[in-house]
Design a protein around this ligand. Structure first.
Ligand SMILES: Cc1cc2nc3c(=O)[nH]c(=O)nc-3n(C[C@H](O)[C@H](O)[C@H](O)COP(=O)(O)O)c2cc1C
Length: 173
């Protein structure tokens, strides 16, 4: 699909058909996520692929009972392992770069899903410690986003956005 169209078509999709997502599509999505930039190219991103029904349900609970997470055929949890950058960047690496690096990968996942005819939603509202417990994450590995993925079973409305001109500033805020 054409690049601009992929960006324009992307909406958060929160209802999924009960249809398996093909392995080759998951592989393509992950290969794209892998190409995300990272501070100092230290690549703290970790991708946890969840298919187990019980784990999906526990993730939904850890995310304030956002049930659609459990209903997706597959969930990718993007995490960042601060051990990969804290040695070079200290607090900045742990508290800032880790989040940005994981976010860049997450956006590539969302856009790749559109390109593959799939729907996905970035879920950031969750209890970190609960997600860490469910996924058995080491304490240095921070969950960045829970991304349920599946064939869309809804066509999300266009959400009103701020006018672009209001968001652009020249030289100073
Ligand atoms: C940091 C962040 C956290 C978000 N957390 C959630 C969430 O927990 N649950 C949810 O349904 N959507 C979540 N969203 C999706 C937003 O609600 C959505 O992007 C926004 O309403 C605009 O809709 P659109 O992406 O379809 O244009 C999150 C998005 C971002 C960027």
């Amino acid at each position: 699909m054409e690049f601009d169209l992929v960006i324009r078509k992307r909406r958060m999709v929160r209802a999924y058909k009960k249809v398996k997502v093909e392995e080759y599509k998951i592989k393509k999505i992950l290969e794209n996520a892998y190409r995300a930039p990272s501070a100092g190219n230290l690549q703290p991103q970790e991708f946890i692929i969840v298919r187990d029904e019980r784990v999906k349900r526990e993730l939904a609970e850890a995310a304030l009972n956002q049930e659609f997470i459990a209903e997706a055929p597959i969930v990718i949890v993007v995490c960042s392992d601060s051990r990969r950058n804290v040695w070079r960047y200290g607090k900045r690496g742990r508290d800032f770069y880790c989040i940005i690096d994981g976010s860049f990968s997450s956006l590539l996942i969302l856009l790749s899903c559109v390109n593959e005819g799939l729907g996905a939603c970035f879920v950031g509202a969750f209890y970190d410690d609960e997600v860490a417990r469910v996924l058995n994450l080491p304490k240095e590995v921070r969950p960045i986003g829970i991304i349920p993925i599946g064939y869309p079973d809804e066509k999300p409305e266009r959400i009103p956005k701020r006018p672009l001109e209001d968001m652009i500033h020249y030289d100073r805020f």
